[in-house]
Design a protein around this ligand. Structure first.
Ligand SMILES: NC(=O)c1ccc[n+]([C@@H]2O[C@H](COP(=O)([O-])OP(=O)(O)OC[C@H]3O[C@@H](n4cnc5c(N)ncnc54)[C@H](OP(=O)(O)O)[C@@H]3O)[C@@H](O)[C@H]2O)c1
Length: 326
């Protein structure tokens, strides 16, 4: 009976979530809101952008918009073929100014090597988009002994951002946009749930949600500690967009909502808008969505935690240090 009640509660919570957010997170919400928006001033000339996971989905949209605005862009992603294909597509569309870096963000060593290569190039980064992120249904543990989606969704963002700041590549005037998800709305900040390598305890959707929640806390912390450096940090979620990631990780969800999912450009719109406008934001946990600040929490239970961005950063730092010395 207890089990059935728990199951019923779970189904009710999921239904409530979808009914509440479906009009807003799909293309319906984007189109309705766009009606009231002005065209963003997308003059990015003189800027250099680094976009992680930039060879497909939302990242690819960001790359194209940045190039159209006159920026130069380093596209970092895992598959060399996809990166080559992207460069060919960009050339065919007359978009110049992109270069590529192959990096598997599930591996600390590869992110470290990427930071070293970027440092050797010595080119300042005006805009970093921490976009790479996946929902893995099946548990995948890397050869470095960490849960793969934890590394790509969160640890690599921390490592890359701090690494670029340490090496002076992100400086005053730089902006960092972190791409989170509405999936965070179900989960509180919990360091213990970030790197679950036990098959009996791993749940892909929950792992993803905990990583995405942690991004919001980390973003607030970064704004606090790096404020004096003049670097701005934003965290946004794109709603629900029809990308290869959604097709792969949420096939049933996609089948049902396919006709009203956002296109990748609509999902990426707020990233571009944030970089173009750099709006002021209060010193609290929040998330940007469709060009507006939205609450970081919509359910009371996710506020209950004794952890914060500082304790999270300390866990991430320790994880990196332990792996580097093992
Ligand atoms: N689409 C949505 O509705 C939605 C909703 C909420 C949040 N988001 C967030 O938005 C971001 C982008 O999502 P998306 O749907 O555009 O994803 P996607 O379609 O899966 O595209 C992911 C991109 O990241 C790259 N990538 C994946 N794993 C990588 C790794 N380990 N190392 C390097 N590159 C990697 C992929 O290149 P390879 O194929 O070469 O690996 C591809 O370029 C993610 O953070 C996601 O969580 C998306």
């Amino acid at each position: 009976m207890k089990k059935q009640l728990a199951k019923f509660r779970q189904i009710a919570a999921v239904l409530h979530f979808y009914l509440r957010f479906l009009p807003s997170f799909t293309q319906l919400g984007f189109v309705a809101r766009r009606f009231f928006w002005s065209v963003p001033k997308t003059d990015f000339r003189g800027q250099h952008w680094l976009v992680t996971g930039g060879s497909g989905g939302l990242g690819r949209s960001v790359v194209c918009a940045a190039l159209r605005g006159g920026a130069t862009v380093t596209v970092a992603a895992r598959s060399a073929e996809k990166l080559h294909a992207l460069i060919a597509e960009l050339a065919a569309a007359g978009l110049e100014g992109a270069d590529t870096e192959r990096c598997d963000f599930t591996l600390i060593a590869e992110t470290e090597a990427l930071i070293a290569r970027l440092a050797a190039q010595g080119r300042a980064i005006d805009v970093l988009v921490n976009n790479v992120g996946v929902l893995n249904d099946e548990l995948l543990v890397t050869r470095e002994g960490l849960e793969a989606s934890f590394v790509s969704n969160l640890l690599s963002h921390y490592q890359l951002t701090e690494g670029l700041i340490d090496r002076g590549l992100l400086q005053s005037g730089s902006v960092v946009v972190n791409v989170t998800s509405g999936g965070a709305y179900h989960f509180p900040l919990s360091a213990a749930m970030l790197n679950v390598t036990d098959p009996a305890r791993y749940r892909g959707v929950a792992a993803y949600g905990f990583h995405k929640r942690a991004q919001m806390a980390l973003n607030r912390y970064w704004n606090e500690i790096h404020h004096d450096r003049g670097i701005m940090f934003y965290v946004m979620h794109p709603g629900w967009a029809d990308t290869a990631g959604v097709q792969r990780s949420l096939p049933r969800f996609r089948r049902v909502l396919k006709s009203i999912l956002r296109d990748a450009d609509s999902g990426a719109d707020t990233i571009i808008w944030l970089v173009a406008h750099r709006p002021a934001q209060p010193a609290e946990e929040l998330v940007w969505f469709d060009r507006k600040i939205r609450p970081a929490h919509v359910y009371a239970h996710t506020r209950h935690t004794t952890e914060d961005g500082r304790s999270l950063a300390s866990v991430l730092q320790t994880t990196l240090s332990d792996r580097r010395h093992s």
